[in-house]
Design a protein around this ligand. Structure first.
Ligand SMILES: [Zn+2]
Length: 313
């Protein structure tokens, strides 16, 4: 009987291993000072990992040309250029901006000054409004359903509305591991969303993740992390849904508690919201406490989601 139980455990653990995907990096090039590395995903898709700055940007090598995503910054773009040159002599003819945030799209002039630059119309209008002198303007606008050809290979463009920013596009790549979806900053694998969710439309975020969850993909990549298994789309969606539910539960719980004995209504409100946020984070900790940044950022995330629940935006 004992022997049977042991055999059963062995079968169950093998099955669990087969289901859980784990990314094993295939490093094909590295800077002498280890500032960057390149990983090959097959089917002409590579990852440029900027190790100095905790960023990752894919590039796709087609017949005679390269498409690169997000130059990141001037120093990173120099490394990105060297990294691509370590893999191919083909020129970078296409650059895609994932969204309009400065910390991802400075440096296209360093990476490939003559490349066409693809972005969502929202990125172009933001850049026109802001007038950032150090960011090359998009030359080709792309939207949901578009496909960018890279010398016979295809990069799919998806747009699910505003989320982490208003102009984030999700990109799909065909790799030897299966289809990989990249959603820069909107999904970061194993990491809690950044701080107070700057520039974020919370309701749109949930809707965008619902849209992304309908795509048939096997892997996901952010702009700072991954690839990880596609279940991370659902993990992120659940995080936001659970956050909303936790804030509701915390508010209901604290309504039963005596009101703080502070005269000033603003001060009293602040004590109350801090208590709601702290309670909500406690509710989320058992499920999400192992995600990187949870203790620092989940309380900040909760403050923003609470404001979304108050304003509706
Ligand atoms: Zn961003």
């Amino acid at each position: 009987m004992k022997k049977f139980a042991l055999a059963l455990i062995a079968v169950v653990s093998i099955a669990a291993t087969a289901v859980a995907q784990e990314y094993v990096p295939n490093v094909v090039a590295q800077a002498p000072d280890k500032a960057w590395s390149v990983e090959g995903l097959g089917e002409g898709v590579y990852l440029f990992r900027w190790r100095l700055g905790f960023y990752v940007s894919p590039f796709v090598l087609g017949d005679g040309e390269v498409l690169a995503v997000d130059p990141i910054g001037r120093e990173a773009a120099k490394g990105y250029k060297d990294a691509i040159a370590a893999v191919t002599d083909a020129p970078v003819t296409k650059i895609v901006y994932s969204h309009d945030h400065r910390d991802h799209i400075v440096g296209a002039d360093v990476l490939a000054p003559n490349a066409e630059i693809y972005a969502h119309p929202g990125t172009l209008s933001s850049l026109e409004r802001r007038g950032d002198p150090d960011i090359l303007k998009p030359t080709k606008l792309v939207d949901d359903g578009d496909v960018i050809d890279v010398g016979g290979r295809e990069v799919g463009v998806h747009y699910f509305g505003p989320n982490h920013g208003a102009s984030n596009i999700a990109l799909t790549y065909t790799t030897a591991m299966g289809t990989m979806l990249q959603y820069v900053d909107t999904m970061e694998i194993g990491i809690v969303p950044y701080r107070t969710l700057p520039d974020t439309n919370v309701g749109g975020y949930i809707a965008s993740l619902e849209g992304a969850a309908k795509l048939d993909v096997q892997w996901v990549l952010g702009g700072h992390s991954g690839p990880g298994p596609a279940v991370w789309i659902t993990n992120y969606l659940n995080y936001f849904r659970d956050m909303e539910a936790a804030l509701r539960t915390a508010e209901a719980d604290l309504q039963k508690a005596p009101s703080p004995s502070v005269e000033d209504t603003i001060a009293r409100g602040e004590i109350r919201i801090d208590a709601i946020v702290a309670r909500a984070v406690d509710i989320l900790r058992p499920k999400y406490g192992t995600w990187r940044g949870f203790e620092a950022w989940a309380p900040l995330n909760a403050q923003t989601v609470r404001m979304y629940m108050i304003t509706g935006n």
